[in-house]
Ligand binder design. Structure first.
Ligand SMILES: C[S@@+](CC[C@H](N)C(=O)[O-])C[C@H]1O[C@@H](n2cnc3c(N)ncnc32)[C@H](O)[C@@H]1O
Length: 402
């Protein structure tokens, strides 16, 4: 990795200031700041990697820069200087005014390395939650979630094969490799303008973490089935389901947010997923009207997102623990009401992008206690530390009787 140019450094400081003062998502900030700018894909990739590194361990960067965390948005240059020092790089000229006393920095660095919670960029509320929920398993998950996320795509088998896609990306100078246990996933090994390739324009792949692909695969859909994706959002998993159905059967994508379903429709068109229909959930009638009609049902419920902190690190700097009570109630409510969509012998997958038992196996346990006509077939937590993927949970549940 090389030092940032002055221009790249300016983008980083502007984006950091923006997200830290307004708490908009990093992705949204990138699209706003990059719009209509002559930046190469390697510029964009370096800028976003650098912003991600700093936000992921914001408390550490503030400590090393001797900046109070609530003033981080006003002193992003100092955080960027720390980023350069940590990688033994010279900071760009722009940052000279933000130079830190090297001896003091070294002393702080030595102290920080002794404190794993600080070194791995973990706020106090998350440390207590992780400890209480996961006990001895927490430290390795905390460490895994301090790392940069991997870059994964899903091969769109409606249009191509893994082999053909790899060859096409290789021609565009992008190296990739297959991923053990996730048959449609490719791990992208080189930087490069993935989204400007002919393969992307032709709908041959979607960006999707390998863990998320495993959740969709757990539903085990078959061509010709009637499948509901009841919290479909922008359709990451819907499109994976459509590919597994080989375009045959009915796939109904539902959500409470209309704009997400609009995005989903566009993505489905590009992917050639012609059996996808969308339906806005306007009231409980949308569900009741379709009672006992589904062969398969995906409930990818709203959650804390604490499994995907590598990719969405800003969530560390809100106290998500405060929202957990509301979220877990909503999750149980969705599971209880939407499970009525299933036919007898139909199968649902309840899923979250969290690794906390309170959102996962404890929710399923409560549901099964209240609904003896459903049984648990299988469940899995996809652990970031064991897989290198984002963290997810899924439970496969079958309806035995009406
Ligand atoms: C984890 S996200 C889904 C991500 C999506 N499945 C994917 O793979 O891209 C959860 C979704 O649930 C939606 N949602 C929130 N409350 C809901 C409700 N009561 N019924 C259905 N969907 C809901 C949110 O709008 C959000 O899109």
């Amino acid at each position: 990795m090389s030092a940032l140019s002055i221009r790249q450094a300016e983008f980083v400081t502007q984006i950091l200031s923006h997200v830290l003062s307004q708490f908009t998502s990093l992705d949204r900030a990138y699209s706003q700041h990059f719009a209509n700018q002559a930046l190469s894909s390697s510029d964009k990739s370096l800028i976003s990697q650098c912003c991600g590194d700093i936000i992921r361990r914001l408390n550490l960067f503030c400590y090393l820069a001797d900046v109070p965390q609530d003033e981080a948005s006003e002193q992003p240059e100092k955080l960027l200087t720390v980023w350069h020092y940590l990688q033994q790089l010279d900071a760009p000229m722009l940052l000279k005014q933000a130079m830190l006393n090297r001896a003091e920095f070294d002393e702080r660095l030595a102290q920080a390395k002794q404190q794993s919670q600080l070194w791995q960029g973990c706020p106090d509320w998350l440390e207590s939650l992780g400890q209480s929920q996961l006990g001895a398993a927490w430290p390795k998950e905390r460490e895994a979630m301090a790392q940069r996320p991997g870059r994964f795509i899903r091969v769109n088998t409606l249009k191509t094969t893994s082999h053909e896609l790899q060859a096409s990306l290789q021609q565009a100078g992008i190296a990739s490799e297959t991923v053990a246990d996730a048959p449609e996933a490719l791990s992208i090994l080189s930087e490069g303008a993935l989204f400007q390739t002919e393969a992307y324009q032709s709908g041959w792949f979607e960006q999707q973490d390998a863990g998320s692909q495993l959740v969709a695969a757990a539903l085990d859909v078959k061509p010709g089935m009637k499948v509901f994706d009841a919290c479909a959002g922008n359709g990451g998993k819907t499109l994976a389901l459509a590919a597994a159905m080989q375009g045959r059967g009915r796939l109904l994508a539902m959500d409470v947010e209309e704009w997400k379903l609009k995005n989903l429709k566009q993505r489905a068109k590009r992917a050639g997923a012609h059996n996808v229909e969308t339906r806005l959930i306007e009231s409980s009638k949308t569900i009741k009207r379709r009672k006992m009609t589904a062969d398969r049902l995906l409930l990818d419920v709203p959650c804390s997102g604490l499994g995907v902190l590598k990719r969405k690190p800003l969530a560390k700097w809100h106290d998500t623990a405060e929202r957990l009570g509301h979220l877990t109630q909503l999750q149980q409510d969705i599971l209880q009401r939407y499970s009525q969509l299933l036919k007898v012998e139909g199968i649902l997958v309840y899923a979250t992008c969290s690794i906390l038992p309170i959102e996962n196996e404890l929710q399923v346990k409560q549901f099964l206690q209240n609904n003896p006509n459903f049984t648990l077939l299988e469940q899995q937590t996809i652990s970031p530390s064991e897989t290198g993927f984002d963290g997810f949970y899924w439970a496969k549940i079958q309806r035995q009787q009406a």
